[in-house]
Design a protein around this ligand. Structure first.
Ligand code: GLU
Length: 421
C-alpha cells in the first residue's frame, strides 16, 4: 500500500520547502527549520505484571523554540517512528506560531500498544518515560501534553513523577491534566471545539448552512467523538457516519453521537450500533456529506481516493491525514480543507490557557476559556483564508506561510544567523 511508503517527516519538509520558496526565506533559516533542533532517544525498562522487565523505546523531539518553550503531545502507538515524531514536532512548531501562542514545537512518542497493557503497566511506563527525560523538560523548557492514546490520567502520573524528581509540586510541566490536579476547564473537548469554530467560519465563507449539514467522522477518540457531539449540539448538524479501528457505522437519517459513545464504552467499538449499517473506514471518507472529519491517523486521504471525496469541507482533526498529492487534487476540486495544524489547534490553545493558569495560580471559568478559544481560532482561520485568497494557494500552504514566517522572524530577531551583519 502507498500508505506504508509515505514518510511524514519528508512530507513535513516538503511542505516547509514550498512555504520557504513562496516566502523567499533566507537559505540559512530555511535549512535550520528543515531539521529538529534537538531530540532524545530513550529506552525505558518497565516491570510488567508478569514480573518480567520489558524495554520500550521512546522519543522526545524539540523541533524549534525560537518563539518560546517547546510544546506538544506524547503519543503511545505500536507503529510510532522517530520520523513521525519529527513531523509532528514540526507541525507543532507551525501550530503554535499560527495561533500566536508563545511556544515552540515538540512531540514525544513511545512505541507500545496501550490497548494490550494494564493500568499498572501504563503507569510504570509513563513514570519511566518521565524519569528518562525529566532533565530536558519543564514549564520554561518543554511542556508535553496528551495525544493519540495518552490520557489525562497519564498526564497526572507524569506530572507527579516530575514533581517528585524535582522536589516540588509543578503542574506547569505538562498540560491536559485532570482538573483536580491543575488541569483547565474545557481542555477535554478543546481540540474538537476549536475545530468546530473553524468549520463555522469556513461554512460562513462558503455560504453553507450548518443546520442540518451532514457530517462523517473517521476516528472516535477524544477529537472525533467530541467533533460529532459538538457539531450536533452547537449547529444542529446531522451525524450520518462515524468509525474507529474496527470499522464504521452509517445511517443517512443521522444518529445520536452521544449514544454511540455509550455503545462503544460497552462493546469496545462503534460498530453494530442499533439502526445503522456497517461502513468501512475507506468508504466513509468518500461519502456524499457536507463536512468530513478525518480524526484518526496520518495519510488516509491520498492521491488514490482524493478524486472520489465529495465533502464540501474537510476538517482535519487528526495530524497529517492528507498527503501533498491529495491536497492538490482537493484544491482543484474546490474542497475546502481546514488544515490539521489550524483545525486541531484548539487542544494546544487550551493547553496554553492551562499553563498560564498553572503559572499564575489563578483559574478561569469555562465561559472565559470558550470565549478566548473562539477568538483565537476565528482569527487564525481568517488570517489563513485571507492569505490563501491573496496568494491563490490552498489553505495548508497559506497556514505554513504565516507560521513559518513568524518562526523565521523570531529566529532572525534573536540572531540565529550565520553571520552577524
Ligand atoms: N497533542 C495535541 C496536538 O497535537 C495537543 C498538544 C498540546 O496540548 O500541547 O496539538
Amino acid at each position: 500500500m502507498q500508505k506504508k511508503k509515505l514518510n511524514p517527516f519528508k512530507i513535513a519538509q516538503a511542505q516547509l520547502d514550498e512555504a520557504a520558496k513562496k516566502l523567499g526565506l533566507t537559505p540559512h533559516i530555511h535549512q535550520l527549520l528543515r531539521k529538529p533542533m534537538r531530540e532524545y532517544h530513550v529506552t525505558i525498562p518497565v516491570k510488567m505484571d508478569s514480573g518480567k522487565i520489558k524495554r520500550f523505546k521512546g522519543f522526545r523531539v524539540q523541533y524549534n523554540d525560537a518563539r518560546g518553550p517547546c510544546k506538544g503531545g506524547i503519543r503511545y502507538h505500536p507503529d510510532e517512528t522517530i520520523d513521525t515524531v519529527r513531523a509532528l514536532a514540526a507541525w507543532m512548531t507551525w501550530k503554535t506560531a499560527l495561533l500566536n501562542l508563545p511556544f515552540g514545537g515538540g512531540k514525544g512518542g513511545v512505541i507500545c500498544n496501550p490497548k494490550e497493557m494494564s493500568s499498572g503497566e501504563l503507569e510504570r511506563l509513563s513514570r519511566g518515560y518521565i524519569r528518562m527525560i525529566f532533565k530536558y523538560i519543564g514549564p520554561k523548557v518543554d511542556i508535553p501534553a496528551p495525544d493519540v492514546y495518552t490520557t489525562p490520567q497519564i498526564m497526572a502520573w507524569m506530572m507527579d513523577e516530575y514533581s517528585k524528581l524535582i522536589g516540588y509540586y509543578c503542574p506547569g510541566v505538562i498540560t491536559g491534566k485532570p482538573v483536580e490536579v491543575g488541569g483547565s476547564l474545557g481542555r477535554d473537548d478543546a481540540t474538537a471545539r476549536g475545530g468546530v469554530y473553524t468549520v463555522r467560519e469556513a461554512a460562513r465563507h462558503l455560504k453553507l448552512d450548518t443546520k442540518g449539514a451532514t457530517v462523517a467522522v473517521q476516528g472516535y477518540g477524544n477529537a472525533g467523538l467530541n467533533a460529532a457531539i459538538l457539531s450536533q449540539e452547537i449547529f444542529g448538524c446531522k451525524i450520518v457516519a462515524v468509525s474507529d479501528t474496527k470499522g464504521g457505522i452509517y445511517d443517512p437519517n443521522g444518529f445520536d453521537p452521544k449514544a454511540v459513545v455509550e455503545h462503544k464504552r460497552k462493546v469496545g467499538s462503534v460498530i453494530n450500533f442499533p439502526g445503522t449499517e456497517f461502513i468501512s473506514n475507506e468508504n466513509l471518507l468518500e461519502l456524499n456529506v457536507d463536512i468530513l472529519w478525518p480524526a484518526a491517523l496520518e495519510n488516509v486521504i491520498t492521491k488514490e481516493n482524493a478524486p472520489r471525496i465529495k465533502a464540501k469541507i474537510i476538517a482535519e482533526a487528526a495530524n497529517g491525514p492528507t498527503t501533498p498529492d491529495a491536497d492538490g487534487i482537493l484544491y482543484k476540486n474546490g474542497v475546502f480543507v481546514i488544515p490539521d495544524f489550524l483545525c486541531n489547534a484548539g487542544g494546544v490553545t487550551v493547553s496554553y490557557f492551562e499553563w498560564v493558569q498553572n503559572i499564575t495560580g489563578l483559574y478561569w471559568e469555562l465561559e472565559e476559556i470558550h470565549r478566548r478559544l473562539d477568538e483565537r481560532m476565528t482569527r487564525a482561520l481568517h488570517n489563513t483564508l485571507n492569505m490563501s485568497l491573496e496568494h491563490k494557494v490552498n489553505m495548508r500552504v497559506a497556514a505554513h506561510m504565516i507560521a513559518v514566517e513568524r518562526v523565521a522572524r523570531a529566529m532572525e530577531l534573536r540572531g540565529w544567523r550565520k553571520k552577524i551583519k
